[in-house]
Design a protein around this ligand. Structure first.
Ligand code: AMP
Length: 373
């Protein structure tokens, strides 16, 4: 079976690496000639709004999936007329616009932060007055890793951010969450569905730094609440593939923040920490193969390598460490790899994470510069 992937970054690379043992073949489409997925799979270089490139890309493929949630919906629809596309284009439509996404959650009875549409600078002050502060202003489209987001501590902060509302935005009430969690769900073309255990995520500057899997102190009730949220979204979108939903935990409630219609950074631990990784299960799902178990093999923690990394030898010497480089050149703020620790002793896991974070902070020049400035 020949699988096409829209996007050739690290997620496409890890999908291909997971699919090869099953005898699948991969072709990636990316506008960038040195996309790191091209080191492990056939890479076609082309723009995603170029129908000629899309036509060539589809030729000979059995199924197409994606690793980038900003694939133009029109491109996914164009391909879907030729080859099955999973997840379906409507999942992209829902996830690319925060207002559409949050409205869908609300329609499905899924709790979110309170939100209001802000269509232009003139709407901002009335929206802030209605919502109250603190609040978070976000662009409706193309925000990621904390980009395109502004925290309004008090009403008068609206003046300072008004110039950014040249694109449609959404204003959200600030959620005083206890922690951030994510639920990963996977559904195959046959309808078979599985859920991974909730994951606890730690962000800094809007970027995921560490995930613990399974999230500690999760009751059966909380896990089933998360699964119920994911199941509603899967049903609504006729979803096939892996879906990630980021959640805020407030007491014993879960609020949906956003979804990603693709394999997710908070699921990288599953390569070593679960019986079947998110990558393999996504590939199985879109290929119509039976899904694998989503049970954990042991507790694990994943640490992102961002901007730069300590020497490989140093990281490999840490107990239980599995290092994954993505084949990307180090650059400030860029995700260039991750390390997963697997150990049933949670205190050892936390120590390993702290140790590695210490090494990363010593090593990352940009981080040190920020800290001392
Ligand atoms: P997002 O791009 O929506 O995932 O937001 C990035 C990060 O900003 C989240 O992981 C949270 O840590 C924080 N954040 C986003 N929205 C809110 C909110 N409404 N209230 C509090 N924190 C938020």
């Amino acid at each position: 079976m020949r699988v096409g992937i829209l996007g050739g970054g690290q997620l496409g690379r890890m999908l291909a690496l997971a699919g090869y043992p099953l005898g699948l073949e991969f072709r990636l489409l990316d506008p960038v000639p040195d996309a790191c997925g091209g080191q492990v799979a056939e890479l076609m270089v082309g723009a995603m709004d170029d129908t000629y490139a899309l036509e060539r890309f589809c030729n000979g493929l059995d199924v197409v999936t994606l690793e980038w949630e900003n694939v133009p919906v029109e491109a996914a629809k164009f391909i879907a007329e030729r080859v099955p596309v999973y997840p379906p284009p409507q999942a992209l439509e829902a996830s690319q616009d925060r207002l559409v996404e949050k409205s869908m959650f609300a329609r499905l009875g899924i709790e979110t932060a309170p939100f209001l549409a802000v269509d232009g600078p003139a709407n901002l002050a009335p929206a802030v007055a209605q919502m109250g502060t603190p609040a978070v202003l976000k662009t409706r489209r193309l925000g990621y890793d904390g980009k395109g987001q502004w925290l309004l501590r008090e009403d008068k902060d609206a003046e300072g951010v008004a110039p950014f509302v040249v694109v449609p935005c959404i204003l959200e009430g600030f959620v005083r969450f206890e922690r951030e969690l994510s639920i990963l769900a996977v559904r195959s073309t046959t309808g078979e569905t599985r859920f991974y255990p909730l994951v606890e995520n730690h962000h800094r500057e809007g970027i995921l730094r560490v995930s613990y899997a399974p999230a500690p102190h999760v009751s059966k009730k909380l896990q089933s609440q998360a699964e119920d949220i994911a199941a509603r979204v899967l049903d609504e979108l006729g979803y096939v593939g892996l879906l990630a939903i980021e959640l805020f935990q407030v007491d014993d409630r879960l609020l949906a923040n956003e979804m990603a219609p693709r394999v997710h950074n908070s699921g990288h631990w599953s390569i070593e920490g679960a019986v079947t990784s998110q990558f393999e299960n996504h590939v199985r799902a879109v290929a119509g193969l039976p899904l694998g178990s989503t049970e954990i093999v042991a507790s694990s923690a994943m640490v992102n390598l961002i901007g730069d990394h300590p020497p490989l030898e140093t990281m490999l010497a840490l107990p239980g460490a599995h290092v994954h480089f993505y084949g990307k050149e180090p650059r400030a703020g860029r995700k260039i790899g991750h390390v997963t620790f697997v150990d049933d002793d949670e205190s050892k896991l936390r120590k390993s994470v702290e140790h590695l974070q210490g090494l990363i902070q010593n090593h990352d020049v940009s981080y040190t510069a920020r800290k001392t400035s």
